[in-house]
Design a protein around this ligand. Sequence first.
Ligand code: SF4
Length: 265
Amino acid sequence: MSGNPNEIKLVNNAMSNVTRRKIMNFLENGERSTEEIGGEIGKVMLDFHLKVLQQASLIDLGEGTAKLSEYGRNFLKGKENKGEEKNTDISKAKPVEIAEVRQLLPCIADSSKFRVIANMAPPLGGTLKVLEPLFPRGRYSDRINALIMQKGEIITTIYGTGKVTMTMIKNEGEAGEALENLRNTINEAIAKGVAPAPREKVRVEPMEIYKYLPQTNCGKCSEQSCYTFAIKLMSGEVALEKCTPLKEPGYSTNQEHLQVLSAYI
Ligand code: SF4
């Protein structure tokens, strides 16, 4: 691998899928038969997932077997080291309080709901990354130094600076309750002083993806219907960006949800 943009894209696409990440981790201990991989990870679309990993040069396929390529081994090693560098000692974190709810703005997608901006103090900084396993639909983003989580209709983002945003909130009472739950969950983990064990993420179903698509079957993504697009998004065959209508202002909250859900595929 020379690291040119196309190759990086292939690797990013391969590793964006949870099944393929599981396969990579399973192969860390050495060569396995496809039978063994199917038994451990599941047989659904196994050939497809193995092909995607092979195309990204992450694994080598033999006669009914698969193993990490040299590039794949180095890739996993690089990820481990990066994770170690960024881990923060949770025992040093202080319990947080919700200092203030600063603004209530109507949501673009549904003007009967609100977007809430609050402040969590003291700011959690890099500790946020360690807290990710607390939330079944939680994902830490290095790029924006924030923990993004989804629960029902509500997307909550906690930034390392202490800022907290919530979308699709019905009223101040719901905002208060959601923020209180968040504070309690985080403080319980801080009181224990140890990083929470990684939790299996909640599976995303095609119907959930479909729910947030425009559902107009316009065909601009070159698929027959929005549901077909949802299924192909799940299998990594299409990218979310292909649905251009999502870029229209009326769909901004839908797009936000889909971006969060895509992280758990
Ligand atoms: S472009 Fe978007 S709205 Fe149009 S069919 Fe595809 S998924 Fe549906």
